[in-house]
Design a protein around this ligand. Structure first.
Ligand code: C2O
Ligand code: CU
Length: 466
């Protein structure tokens, strides 16, 4: 597999001299930082397929947590510093990207661009203050298809003491696995699929289980936090047997919570639901996927105990996050075209390459995580407003993610309901959208499709904010 170039790996290892990178060392001294959570990336094994245990599963482990294989839900607080020390016990370099958190650039986890590679046996200290409350997630930004595909995708909950209280909370980390019948990993992608919608997994899970069942109080209100962390799958979720309201999308509260009917969520996206459990003990509700020809159950919620007799109207809307409002009278417009390409742009990379180029942004295919990437797609002036006029000129959907900044969808030709500010938009085939943002976070911010095969075969770029 051409995932990691051994020679480059060794060269760069030597160059970094095995140093333990203290990314946050200086900042830590300044601000009375909390003790870091020790987040170890390591191998484990778990039973995911019916036919047998999956060896060489990758996971994150917080010291002291039992290893079910599912990376821990990391809990942080809005506006309070958070620290994590990544320890790499894998056999290849890695990093952690905090998807959707608008934090300082040096903590963003993109090798070559914001931090050094973290080699096996080494570590990196992350320290940042999440400005927004909500549901986010974390994953590596190195050899990403392989590492995420092998299990390195975890959920982040940023709590806000002002959030309304629920009777229970259930976190669902949704993803697939490319496993054979006995549970071993198979090739992470097929080139012909990478050039189309992406390669699907063979086993579908929520929290690494096939159709798990969760208990919650009968007649109670549950906050269900859903993160789509798969490298390819787009879901169209719906509920049977209970009612729910959508209260947040991609970490940001929706202004007017609405009843969940069918909702599309692409790789990288999150949904927070207020779910009203069925009234009678033992009744069940299911969360289902309706995309594709035959619907299937993602997870089941089973009512337990006497009814709490709660009502969805008991829940107040979530307080908004402090996302700046773009000044549309001065905003410069930036065209962004997503296309297929016949150009070849692959270069070898310490973080792996798939060996193909299929996609481009503004005609330029991304060369990979190299010391010497292409120029930024655009330089943005710190504090200024912009409108990205993005056009998906392909017959496939692309969940497009921007690091470090949130944007608002002002208009789009394939939808009538516009989401709250977001970090990831699922652009439908041939969709065109206007995305407004304030460039209020300095640094180099990656911008890419979150179907990882698309990202790794060209559909990536970056903005420079200075
Ligand atoms: Cu969730 Cu650049 O990634
Ligand atoms: Cu894509």
């Amino acid at each position: 597999m051409p995932m990691l170039d051994r020679r480059m790996f060794l060269q760069a290892s030597a160059a970094f001299g095995g140093a333990f990178a203290l990314g946050a060392g200086l900042a830590a001294k300044a601000g009375g930082a909390p003790d870091p959570q020790i987040l170890t990336a390591r191998f484990t094994e778990a039973r995911i397929a019916t036919g047998g245990t999956t060896p060489r599963l990758m996971t994150y482990d917080l010291s002291g947590t039992a290893g079910s294989g599912v990376p821990p839900v990391l809990r942080m607080r809005k506006g309070e510093p958070y620290a994590a020390r990544l320890i790499n016990r894998l056999d290849e370099p890695t990093t952690v990207h905090w998807h959707g958190l608008r934090i300082v650039n040096a903590m963003d986890g993109v090798p070559e661009m914001t931090q050094p590679y973290v080699y096996p046996g080494e570590g990196f200290d992350y320290l940042f203050t999440p400005p927004d409350a909500g549901t986010f997630w974390y994953h590596p930004h190195c050899n990403t298809l392989m590492q995420m595909g092998s299990g390195l995708t975890g959920v982040i909950v940023v709590e806000n003491p002002e959030d309304p209280a629920f009777d229970a909370e259930i976190v669902l980390n949704l993803r697939d696995w490319r496993l054979n019948a006995s549970g071993a990993f198979i090739a992470p992608f097929k080139p012909r699929d990478a050039a189309r919608g992406g390669t699907y997994g063979t086993v579908r899970t929520a929290n690494w289980q096939r159709e798990p069942v969760y208990d919650a109080p009968a007649g109670g209100l549950v906050r269900v936090r859903i993160a789509a962390t798969d490298v390819t799958r787009i879901y169209s979720i719906g509920l049977e047997g209970a009612a729910a309201r959508v209260i947040a999308l991609d970490g940001n509260p929706v202004e007017m919570p609405f009843a969940l009917d069918r909702l599309d969520i692409g790789p990288g996206q999150r949904v927070d639901l207020a779910l009203r459990m069925p009234e009678n003990e033992e009744s069940r509700a299911t969360l289902d996927n309706f995309r594709g020809s035959s619907p299937w159950t993602i997870a089941t919620f089973r009512a337990v105990g006497a009814s709490l007799k709660r009502d969805l109207r008991d829940i107040n809307p979530l307080p908004p996050n402090p996302v700046a409002e773009a000044d549309l009278s001065t905003a410069r417009r930036i065209p962004i075209d997503l296309t297929a390409t016949a150009e070849q742009g692959v270069s070898t990379s310490i973080c792996g390459t798939l060996g193909y180029t299929f996609w481009a942004i503004n005609k330029v295919p991304w060369p990979g995580d190299t010391p010497d990437p292409v120029a930024p797609i655009e330089e943005l002036k710190l504090g200024k407003s912009y409108v990205l006029e993005i056009a998906n000129r392909t017959p496939h959907a692309h969940p497009i993610h921007l690091h470090g900044l949130s944007f608002r969808v002002l208009a789009a030709n394939k939808r009538t309901v516009l989401p709250p500010p977001t970090d990831t938009i699922l652009l439908l085939p041939d969709e065109q959208a206007q995305l407004a943002l304030v460039a209020d976070n300095p640094g180099d911010w990656l911008f890419h499709c979150h179907i990882i095969e698309h990202q790794k075969t060209g559909m990536a770029a970056y903005f420079r904010v200075a």
